[in-house]
Design a protein around this ligand. Structure first.
Ligand SMILES: NC(=O)c1ccc[n+]([C@@H]2O[C@H](COP(=O)([O-])OP(=O)(O)OC[C@H]3O[C@@H](n4cnc5c(N)ncnc54)[C@H](OP(=O)(O)O)[C@@H]3O)[C@@H](O)[C@H]2O)c1
Length: 226
């Protein structure tokens, strides 16, 4: 399947690697292709993007607009504060009727102050995206787990933990649930209904960050016991 991934951070790269291994045709999107290829490794990111791409040769790199045009399914893995601006640069015809799996959290850009969400309670980033692009079918998912668990749930607790989907189109939610089961092996995909559920899903990052700090690892996930 053709998949367009908006974003070249940990999430974009982790999804890209996993999806090419499954035989998908993947394009990652960035602001500026040549600048991304010239980026040097840093202390925070010891592997440059160029080095990563040389180990994942089947992944193609394009602009955000090219990656969105490429995908039959689009995965939104850009910094939350940039999501509206990034999608505004995509031709509406390249979004029309497609599913957008929205993985973003409503954070940043990082500053010196306390971490806070720029939208919450009565609205969500996913709903803002849906309102800005009524032609796409936004499904909020995967934003509640760290990148490597997104693509390898079996690596944690034998896969006995949950991921969520929320979106206004029931058929799109079901399609994303199937995608998560087939491509990554998720066992439990909990359907939370319409996109207002994205408010809670996005607010979960605040407790996720505290759990991360308490455990000293991002190797954890939520399990809904019943
Ligand atoms: N990291 C995780 O494990 C994790 C887990 C769950 C959810 N999330 C969410 O997933 C998203 C991606 O996270 P990430 O950690 O992979 O990377 P990130 O650092 O949050 O985002 C990287 C991407 O955002 C783009 N970007 C940043 N600032 C921009 C701006 N001003 N204008 C346009 N594009 C901009 C970058 O563009 P360039 O390609 O041009 O550099 C890059 O593609 C975030 O919303 C995050 O909250 C992350």
């Amino acid at each position: 399947m053709k998949i367009g991934i908006l974003g070249t951070g940990d999430v974009g790269k982790t999804l890209g690697s996993a999806l090419i291994r499954r035989g998908n045709d993947v394009m990652l999107g960035t602001r500026n292709v040549s600048r991304k290829m010239e980026e040097k490794a840093t202390e925070e990111a010891p592997q440059s993007f160029h080095e990563w791409l040389s180990k994942n040769k089947k992944v193609r790199l394009g602009t955000f607009a090219e990656a969105a045009a490429h995908g039959e399914i689009i995965m939104n893995a850009v910094a939350g504060h940039a999501a509206i601006e990034v999608l505004a640069k995509v031709k509406p015809s390249d979004l029309k009727d497609k599913i957008l799996i929205d993985i973003t959290n409503a954070l940043g850009p990082w500053g010196k102050g306390p971490i806070e969400l720029f939208v919450a309670n009565t609205d969500s980033l996913a709903e803002r995206i849906q309102r800005a692009h009524p032609g796409i079918r936004v499904v909020k998912s995967l934003n509640t787990v760290t990148a490597h668990i997104m693509v390898n749930p079996a690596g944690l607790a034998g896969g006995d933990h949950d991921v969520f989907v929320a979106g206004n189109d029931p058929e799109a939610r079901e399609r994303v649930a199937r995608f998560l089961r087939e491509e990554f092996g998720w066992k439990t995909v909990l359907d939370l209904g319409d996109l207002t559920a994205a408010r809670g899903l996005e607010m979960m990052i605040m407790v996720w960050l505290k759990i991360w700090s308490a455990l000293g690892t991002s190797d954890f996930n939520y399990k809904i016991a019943r």
